[in-house]
Design a protein around this ligand. Structure first.
Ligand code: UT7
Length: 324
């Protein structure tokens, strides 16, 4: 162990889009969205708002809560699939905005698992270099990458950012272990094309546009099974019982996925942190936003065992255990 969370932060855009407002955008009903997904509203970026700006605000709050200066950060990893530019990375923009001049910075493209992949990476860096402090961020403006005519997807997602500062503690606290997976063979079930090639020879067949495409039912089946298996495998490997878990913070995809996951895991719902009704699925940002809310509302105490799990496009998925 040894890699602890020193502070957390989050940031949601001010603008809120309700289910009722979606009725005037796409052929849907507020009631359908609420009953099928549990989502009631989501925050979406306002004019000019960018992923790195949400990320910077979340990161600054995490630094403040950790009592760590930007100059002390050695690495910034940012999970996102909705940067406003392909190059430079959003992580480099955050580095500039924070004045984190001693950090190197890059983005991770692991869709909804971006934050957990980032935590896993940070854990390995910190274990190799105890002086290292890492800023792990998940941030999205997915509203810029949705087909607003596709009711199967546009009602599900939202924008936001969450962040955590990770560092070393010479105690028995910290990241216990993680169990990360990918399966690229199923990429077509949940994907987003790049902008069209400018080289006619490299034009990709079937590129309808740079927005999320999803086979919802198929994704649903894989997501529940994969997260449950990753969690069970991790608990078994680390010899941690379900009963000893203090809190579970899953990726906030939608209530149907969460309810099925809870049933499969045999964990009481009272131990599962859920905020999807307010934010929808914010992809890489969903776990760090939930973590910051749980932390801020006093739901996490030192010594608690916390479990995270995620699933996203790629497919990418995994689970992480931490002793707080
Ligand atoms: O991070 C992982 C990201 N992925 C996800 O979170 C999504 C995983 N998928 C799911 O959780 C579920 O598939 C959904 C909640 C997205 C959808 O629930 P479903 O019960 O699987 O709906 P469906 O896609 O099978 O569609 C059922 C019906 C269809 O109509 P017909 O063919 O039965 O007439 C859809 O056209 O519901 C219709 N429908 C809608 N109706 C009103 C689909 N979207 C909407 C909508 N409003 N927004």
């Amino acid at each position: 162990m040894g890699t602890v969370v020193l502070g957390t932060g989050s940031c949601l855009p001010e603008k809120v889009l309700t289910n009722l407002e979606l009725e005037s955008i796409v052929d849907t009903s507020a009631e359908w969205i609420k009953s099928r997904t549990g989502i009631e509203s989501r925050h979406i970026g306002g004019k000019g708002e960018k992923t790195y700006q949400l990320a910077t605000q979340a990161a600054q709050k995490a630094l403040d809560s950790a009592g760590v200066a930007a100059e002390e950060i050695g690495l910034i990893v940012l999970g996102t699939i909705s940067s406003h530019m392909l190059m430079p990375s959003s992580a480099c923009f955050v580095q500039k905005e924070l004045g984190a001049k001693n950090a190197f910075a890059y983005d991770i493209n692991a869709a909804c698992s971006g934050f957990l992949y980032g935590m896993d990476l940070a854990d390995k860096y910190i274990k190799a270099d105890h002086a290292m402090k890492v800023l792990v961020i998940g941030a999205e403006t997915l509203s810029s990458r949705l087909n607003w005519q596709d009711r199967n997807t546009c009602i599900l997602f939202g924008d936001g950012a969450g962040a955590a500062v990770l560092g070393y503690s010479p105690t028995d606290r910290g990241i216990i272990g993680s169990n990360m997976h990918s399966d690229g063979s199923l990429w077509q079930l949940l994907c987003m094309h790049a902008p069209e090639s400018l080289n006619p020879d490299l034009v990709v067949d079937g590129n309808a546009g740079a927005y999320i495409q999803m086979e919802g039912r198929e994704v649903f089946k894989h997501a529940v099974r994969a997260m449950a298996d990753a969690v069970s495998g991790l608990l078994e490997r680390e010899k941690i019982s379900r009963e000893s878990l203090s809190l579970v913070i899953p990726h906030q995809a939608n209530m149907r996925i969460l309810n099925n996951l809870i049933d499969r895991l045999h964990i009481p719902q009272s131990k599962v942190f859920i905020n999807v009704s307010k934010y929808g699925n914010t992809s890489a940002a969903s776990i760090p936003i939930a973590l910051d809310e749980a932390h801020g509302s006093g739901l996490i105490a030192q010594g608690d065992t916390i479990l995270f799990c995620s699933f996203g496009g790629g497919f990418t998925w995994g689970a992480t255990l931490i002793k707080w």
